[in-house]
Design a protein. Structure first.
Length: 226
């Protein structure tokens, strides 16, 4: 899996030396902390420079504005999410397609709980629905990445219908997970359980239909946990 590197897309100048790379990472870390504290609207380059302990000129040396900083942070977060999925998918514990979907949902929930800035920014929709890619909305990018790993790991047929259904699933899961974290700072477990059940049932119907059309038999999704 791959996505545009967080060190290329929104940067005015790509850091080369170790000190410059570390300085940019401090800016992104400061951005993550500040958006959780003051929100995107309250974020300023001055606040960010103070929190990162860099000169304001250093901020503008690498980023033209705060949107570019948030975009770089979002791309870094996307890379982290995909790396987490790679690690989960490399495990022998994943035996059928639902394990992959479950892993994608679990990692998304975990990032809400543990990654600074993620609960506020998610994958950038609070700033721009096309922050990850100018041609597709942010959840569409996520759905494409999930389609890729599901087809590579579980041999699902990579065709437009699968990607469409994954887009629907990602949108539904995203909305319900956001609801869970609005209701409870750690995520309302009842809402999270319903989100998983809903996505499982929806995608299971689609996988069965696609497999029947292709003349194959998919591994069945497990029954919802009681």
């Amino acid at each position: 899996m791959s996505t545009p590197a967080a060190t290329t897309g929104p940067l005015r100048r790509v850091p080369v030396q170790g000190r410059s790379v570390a300085r940019v990472q401090r800016m992104l870390d400061a951005c993550a902390e500040l958006v959780d504290e003051v929100g995107y609207e309250g974020l300023t380059t001055t606040l960010l420079a103070e929190r990162a302990e860099v000169a304001i000129g250093s901020v503008y040396q690498f980023f033209p504005d705060k949107r570019a900083i948030v975009q770089a942070l979002t791309l870094r977060t996307m890379e982290s999410y995909l790396q987490r999925l790679d690690e989960r998918f490399a495990s022998d514990d994943l035996t059928h397609w639902w394990d992959g979907v479950d892993a994608g949902i679990d990692e998304y929930i975990t990032m809400h709980r543990t990654v600074p800035g993620f609960r506020t920014l998610h994958f950038g929709d609070v700033v721009d629905l096309h922050l990850l890619d100018e041609q597709r909305d942010n959840n569409g990018v996520i759905a494409d990445q999930l389609a890729r790993v599901l087809t590579e790991r579980f041999g699902m047929v990579d065709e437009p219908r699968l990607r469409f259904c994954l887009e629907i699933a990602v949108e539904a899961a995203d909305a319900l997970i956001k609801l869970a974290f609005r209701r409870n700072a750690e995520g309302d477990e009842r809402v999270l359980a319903e989100a998983k059940a809903l996505i499982r049932e929806y995608l299971h119907r689609h996988v069965e239909a696609s497999a029947a059309a292709a003349g194959t038999t998919p591994a069945p999704a497990p029954a919802p946990a009681s």
